[in-house]
Design a binder for this molecule. Structure first.
Ligand code: ATP
Ligand code: MG
Length: 427
């Protein structure tokens, strides 16, 4: 016997049947289909971007000093000795494509969305994996605060459409460059005054990246950060006006957000509005999604200056929340069990039902006895079963059996009649 091989640590299989409900296909379909419907309802169109990019794109786009670039990337040399990286996030690749295809010149207002796997070498735990999926959206060419508000509301609407109750929108602003420079100095002064209490990483951050001190997870740093000066005091008049409008629009749209002064986000490219959706249901992995405005990134990567804003949501974390609170049905609506001799009729009837309505129909093609077929109907979670024997075919009538409540109803054996019956019974 040869040794069996295992999936790489921190990388999951999503399957029709699983021990862990959040890794089931039915839950993922629900998350992805719902997100797609909501996002496309806002006029976004899907893009498919490579999973591998030149390492330099992420180093320049995400920032050398970030956790992602400094310690979480899967980087390798290809056969031509080029340094390539498995994408740790989707924004950099989208921006690369936006620039490469010249959209800034033809039509800079682009609304894109994507779904796909991302890779980060993190310590795997619940809600944190090395390969994980993100659903994200990017809006280019719009600098108005209405764009920020709409994107935040859209992200919130995805959670609502998924029936998630325990999700809080948090918003903050990092201001424009001038505001951020001013705030960094203020923060440096405050950190120096408290330097003895700070962790070593934050001591180093005084010089390199004082903003990151605000989201340090160390309890002592957290306590000091809680009383840190607020960026609001350092904002330029323009940045303050922008943020005021964003929050006004959010309130007008009925969004109960929380202003979170510590929300600086882990990527270097953000400016002005930042936001996150958090939950208390996932322990330490409390962020369901996040994003922000990144007006400087396109120019930074060599493109024509273009304002941009976007977000990404973690599919695994959404799936964990859905699986914890809901039963997601994925079994066939109708299971047809043909007795010997009824196979051809069953195949044709099933096809007619599929053509006539939005129903999942499974014909048992195992050639087993009735008992075995009904066991399978149960196992795949079918809602209704229809047994076809000589008698049913002769009469062109059968019994639609509701497998949940074991009642039956008589139905004519045509696609239309069965679709009509299912529509009535399932509603
Ligand atoms: P966290 O603070 O949890 O590390 P992050 O700020 O690194 O999150 P982003 O880069 O903003 O996350 O990615 C957006 C979303 O992608 C997160 O809110 C989360 O839902 C999801 N996500 C990020 N990293 C992982 C991971 N390693 N495994 C699963 N989902 C992840
Ligand atoms: Mg992270």
């Amino acid at each position: 016997m040869s040794e069996i091989l295992h999936a790489v640590k921190g990388m999951n299989d999503v399957l029709p049947e699983t021990a862990e409900a959040f890794l089931s296909t039915a839950v993922w379909d629900k998350v992805i289909d719902t997100a797609r419907r909501v996002i496309e309802g806002y006029g976004y169109r899907q893009v498919l971007i490579p999973i591998v990019e030149e390492t330099a794109l992420f180093a320049r786009g995400i920032g050398e000093g970030t956790d992602i670039v400094s310690k979480e990337m899967y980087t390798f040399s290809d056969r031509g000795e080029r340094s390539l990286t498995l994408r740790p996030e989707g924004t950099a690749g989208c921006v690369r494509a936006f620039i490469e295809h010249g959209f800034a010149k033809t039509d800079p207002v682009q609304k894109w969305w994507y779904i796909g796997p991302m890779f980060r070498a993190e310590r795997p735990q619940k809600g944190r994996y090395r390969q994980f999926y993100q659903i994200g959206a990017e809006l280019y060419g719009a600098s108005d605060p209405a764009a920020d508000a709409e994107v935040i509301v859209m992200m919130w609407r995805i959670c609502q459409a998924l029936g998630l109750k325990d999700v809080t929108p948090r918003v903050n602003t990092l201001g424009d460059k001038e505001s951020r420079d001013r705030y960094r100095d203020v923060l440096r002064g405050y950190m120096r005054a408290n330097v003895d209490t700070l962790c070593d990483a934050c001591k180093a951050r005084i010089e390199t990246n004082p903003l990151r001190f605000l989201d340090c997870k160390n309890p002592a740093c957290k306590e000091v950060a809680r009383k840190a000066p607020d960026i609001m005091e350092s904002l330029s008049a323009q940045s303050r006006a922008h943020f005021d409008k964003v929050t006004t629009y959010l309130r007008d749209c009925g969004l109960a957000y929380v202003r979170d002064a510590a929300l600086v986000r882990g990527l270097d490219y953000y400016s002005e509005t930042t936001f996150e959706l958090t939950t208390s249901a996932l322990g330490a992995q409390d962020a369901v999604g996040g994003g922000g405005r990144y007006d400087g990134l396109i120019e930074e990567l060599g493109g024509t200056p273009t304002p941009a804003i976007g977000f990404a949501m973690g599919v695994e974390r959404l799936a964990l929340l859905v699986a914890a609170t809901q039963q997601v049905a994925s079994g066939p609506h109708l299971f047809i069990a043909p007795m010997a001799g009824a196979e051809s009729f069953a195949l044709q009837l099933a096809d007619a039902v599929r053509t006539g309505g939005p129903y999942r129909v499974e014909v048992d093609v195992t050639g087993r006895k009735l008992k075995g077929q009904m066991r399978r109907a149960d196992k795949v979670g079918a809602r209704f079963a229809l047994v076809l024997g000589e008698d049913e075919i002769a009469r062109r009538h059968g019994n639609l059996k509701d497998l949940r409540v074991s009642s039956t109803s008589d139905v004519a054996l045509t696609g239309d009649a069965i679709c009509a019956a299912l529509a009535k019974l399932i509603a």
